[in-house]
Design a protein around this ligand. Structure first.
Ligand SMILES: [Zn+2]
Length: 375
């Protein structure tokens, strides 16, 4: 499943005829308490939603959510998923379940459009990657995406064993070594070829190597520069280890790496905003860029929230209260701007990144953006 495409499609839903129910669950059942926490959370939220939604056409949506969540809690489905997002809307015939490998915070929202911020944030944090385990005579290629592990490809070439006995031990040993070396070279070459095909055929942007450092160094020399450039790092790995162990290690590495680059990326955008028109900082300028569909990458401080309005005629967004659009005079309605901005950026093909802590970003009001073109 292409989660980014699903996200973009959901972001196009603006005002559905009946309310849209969006539910995010942490389905990493580390202990029995976690299962109970999710049960209690759902019970309370469903009761509140039923009370508030009487007569608005959400009853069948809530019944569906309840049934699906029950089967998730009983682990009848998606046993590998650690986070699940559910979207339901009777009016649109929408019934969507997205299982992901990273847990969500439990969230329950009934609104006129899907609540997408948690999904957008998560997808940004877990870019897809290819995990490549290599040793002297075998290799395993395991795709890792938002859903979890893809189909593993195993490559093994037979390297002849040591079969000589008796005299000439020294010579035999050295011949054997040379033979192994030659075969290893051919093995590496074959793996490299498979890796190039898989990488370029599937648009793989990140490769995480797994194995012994010495082997990985030797293997890397066989790769063309354009492929080697996509290697973001390596983790330890051994042939007997299961795919889920290797993937777990690689996923940890990727998460850690994304977190590290985050602060620097925000610094760069703030600097850019101060000296050129290629980026904006602060709510006012960002709203303008978002309204024009010019945002390439939005950086939003975690917990950002600000009252505002959206124009029903031209789609302009503004801060505070305004009964009439300041651009076209059309009628407006009140909207929380964090959610409005995120939805609009996703719908126009931009990316959204939430930042945990960043002093500079907090100083400019918690929002900044890199633009597709200068305004
Ligand atoms: Zn307007």
């Amino acid at each position: 499943m292409d989660f980014n495409r699903r996200l973009a499609e959901l972001a196009k839903i603006k005002r559905a005829a009946t309310p849209v129910v969006s539910v995010y669950l942490n389905t990493r059942w580390a202990d029995e308490q976690q299962r109970d926490r999710v049960r209690v959370f759902l019970k309370n939220e469903l009761r509140k939603a039923r009370q508030a939604g009487a007569g608005r056409g959400v009853e069948s949506d809530l019944a569906w959510i309840q049934a699906e969540a029950e089967s998730l809690i009983e682990q009848a489905r998606f046993t590998e998923a650690h986070g699940v997002a559910l979207f339901a809307c009777e009016g649109l015939g929408l019934r969507q379940i997205l299982p992901l490998r990273i847990p969500f915070e439990d969230t329950f929202v009934v609104a006129e459009a899907p609540f997408l911020r948690p999904l957008a944030m998560l997808l940004e944090k877990i870019p897809s990657a290819l995990i490549v385990f290599v040793d002297g005579e075998s290799a395993r290629l395991i795709p890792l995406n938002a859903e979890g592990a893809g189909e593993e490809v195993t490559l093994a070439s037979e390297v002849p064993g040591h079969h000589r006995r008796g005299g000439w031990a020294q010579l035999a040993q050295s011949r054997y070594q040379r033979h192994i070396q030659a075969h290893r070279g051919r093995h590496f070459e074959a793996v490299a070829k498979a890796l190039i095909n898989l990488t370029e055929g599937n648009g793989v942007q990140r490769i995480v190597m797994a194995g012994e450092p010495r082997t990985l160094t030797a293997f890397r020399k066989r790769l063309p520069q354009r492929i080697a450039d996509r290697i973001v790092g390596s983790v330890s790995g051994a042939r007997h280890e299961s795919a889920s162990v290797l993937l777990g290690r690689a996923a940890e590495f990727l998460l850690h790496r994304e977190g590290q680059g985050e602060g620097e990326a925000v610094d760069a955008v703030l600097t850019e905003a101060a000296k050129s028109r290629g980026a904006v900082a602060g709510l006012q300028e960002t709203l303008e860029a978002v309204t024009r569909g010019a945002v390439h990458r939005l950086y939003l401080l975690k917990g950002f929230g600000e009252p505002g309005w959206v124009c029903a005629e031209c789609g302009a967004l503004g801060q505070g209260e305004s009964p009439a659009c300041r651009l076209c005079g059309g009628t407006t309605r009140a909207m929380e701007l964090g959610e409005a901005i995120v939805d609009r950026v996703i719908a126009t093909g931009g990316k959204v990144q939430t930042i945990g802590v960043h002093q500079g970003l907090a100083r400019v009001g918690g929002v900044a953006a890199l633009l597709r073109y200068p305004l």
